[in-house]
Each structure stands twice: as C-alpha cells, then as structure tokens.
Design a protein around this ligand. Structure first.
Ligand code: CA
Length: 296
C-alpha cells in the first residue's frame, strides 16, 4: 500500500515536472517567436559608435528610433523600433532585398552586435552565443568627411520629424514638422540654401541610401551636383511662389497658389493644425509638385 502511494507520488511529481518543462518551453518559444518591435533604442545605446573611432572609416549612429551605418563602401539609414530578448535589444534593418535582424547588448562601455542568420526562423536563438560578435566603441563625433557628406541626414536622425511623421495620425503635423526641420534659420521661410538642403535629402533617399555601388556612384554625382545646380532651381521655385518678394518661400506661399479664399493669417497662426481634409489635400498637391521638381 505504502509502495503504491509512493509510486503515485513519484508519478505525480514527474508529471508536474513534465508540465513545468513544457510550460517553460512553450513560454520561451512563444516569447522568442514573437519579437514585437515597439520600444525606442535604450538611452545608453544612443550615440556614435565605431569599431575604431580614430580610424574614421566607419561609423554607426543610433538615435531614439533610427540608426545609420556608414563606411567607405556602404551607407544606410534605417527607421526602427526595438524589441527586448533577455539582455539583448533586437532591431530590424530593411534592405532593398529584404529585412535583417540585429541584436545589440551593452558590455561596460562597449556595444556588442550579433547578426541573426539569413532566413532566420525567429525561434532558434543559439546564434547569439555562436555567431561572430562585432564590438563597437563610443566615439565623440562622426568622422568629419561623413559629417560633411551626410550632415543633413544625421540632423534628420536627431530631429522630431521621423517620430511625428510615423506616429502622428494627423498628416498636417508631419507637414508642419517637415517645414520646421527644413527651416534651419527658424524664420518660417525657406531660403535658397534651405531648399537646396531639402533637395540633397531627397537625392540621398532616392539614389544613395542602401544602394549598390554602381547606383550609388550615380547618386553621389547627383548629390554633389545638387549643391551646384539646385540653387538655380530653388530661385525658380521661389520666383514662382514668393508673393511678398522676400526671396524666400513660406508654407503660406506654397499654399496660396491654389487656395486663395482662406484666412491664412489665422490658419498659420495655429500651425496649420486646423486644416480640414480638403484643404490638406490641396496643400499636399502643392508639396507633391515641389517634390517632383526636386526629384526630376
Ligand atoms: Ca528659413
């Protein structure tokens, strides 16, 4: 009798163990298979990193919700939220041919990075221990050559623009924030220089970002010539829109061309927040027109 009782107890103990093991296994599989990218990059990972800061031939910049990788043969800008897996921070990097997963971890002052295997199943995390780890050190600044070449994009990373345009459901806020970002002098007017900067950003994302080397060569040629050619085009744009002859263009002036019955003074006092969809559509059309000039 005692033996049967003991056997029952043993079986139930084993059964409970099996259940626990299954539960833990199920839970861990479940957690692992559902990478939910919803966090910002942790504050202590935001900044400028490099395998060798003093060599100035590679930089990895992380902001709240973007990252940028630059070296001699590649440049890419990525908008990403992160997910937490144990003590790793995961983020997804989009390329023209698909997405890649990267895992970051702080180790004292250094940043460690492991790349998930190609066609990763999202379940097996053994690569975190087995794959090669890149080690980055914190740098004080972006290499000056990269700063000169990609300064506008690096500023874009550190602005509110991407967050507003990605998260805010009201497109008017995105347009407003874009104008604010482009208006470096903060005088509510876009000058030739500010429009040229806008054109360089458009050229970067159209021809250079994440492109293959031969495509990028064309992009860089366009990028460089933008600074030479675009001031002339800017003047033409401004010439067509500059109703108060300020040699600059305001959001109000872009808008005025198609819609002339609105009370702009009051409209722009409130930072175009009160636009109804029809007004907004017309504003978009005008901005689309601007964009087509910038690209063509
Ligand atoms: Ca300005």
């Amino acid at each position: 009798m005692v033996m049967i009782l003991e056997l029952c107890l043993m079986i139930s103990k084993i059964f409970i163990k099996i259940i626990i093991v299954f539960f833990v296994l199920f839970l861990s599989l479940n957690v692992n298979s559902e990478l939910i990218f919803k966090n910002d990059f942790p504050k202590d990972m935001q900044g400028i990193w490099s395998e060798n800061c003093s060599a100035e031939n590679q930089t990895f910049i992380i902001s709240k919700n973007t990252s940028m990788w630059i070296n001699d043969t590649y440049v890419g800008f990525n908008i990403s939220k992160t997910a937490t897996v144990d003590d790793w921070i995961a983020y997804k990097w989009g390329e023209l041919d698909g997405s890649y997963y990267y895992f970051l971890k702080k180790d004292k002052n250094q940043l460690l990075e492991v790349t998930a295997p190609e066609n990763w199943d999202g379940i097996d995390y053994s690569f975190l221990e087995e794959n090669e780890t890149s080690v980055y050190n914190k740098c004080n600044s972006v290499p000056s050559l990269y700063q000169i070449t990609y300064g506008e994009i690096i500023n874009l990373m550190n602005s509110q623009l991407i967050e507003v345009c990605n998260n805010d459901s009201n497109p008017a806020n995105c347009i407003n924030e874009t104008f604010n970002f482009l208006d470096v002098s903060q005088d509510k007017e876009l000058s030739v220089a500010e429009l040229t900067r806008a054109a360089r950003i458009v050229v970067y994302f159209t021809f250079i970002d994440k492109r293959l080397e031969e495509d990028r060569d064309i992009g860089f040629a366009t990028y460089a010539s933008t600074s030479l050619v675009f001031p002339v085009i800017s003047k033409i744009i401004i010439g067509n829109y500059d109703y108060d002859s300020s040699n600059t263009i305001s959001l109000k002036e872009i808008y005025t061309d198609r819609v002339d019955t609105l009370d702009y003074q009051n409209l722009f006092k409130d930072n175009i927040k009160g636009l109804d969809p029809e007004e907004l559509r017309k504003l978009m059309e005008n901005l689309d027109f601007l964009r087509s000039i910038l690209i063509n």
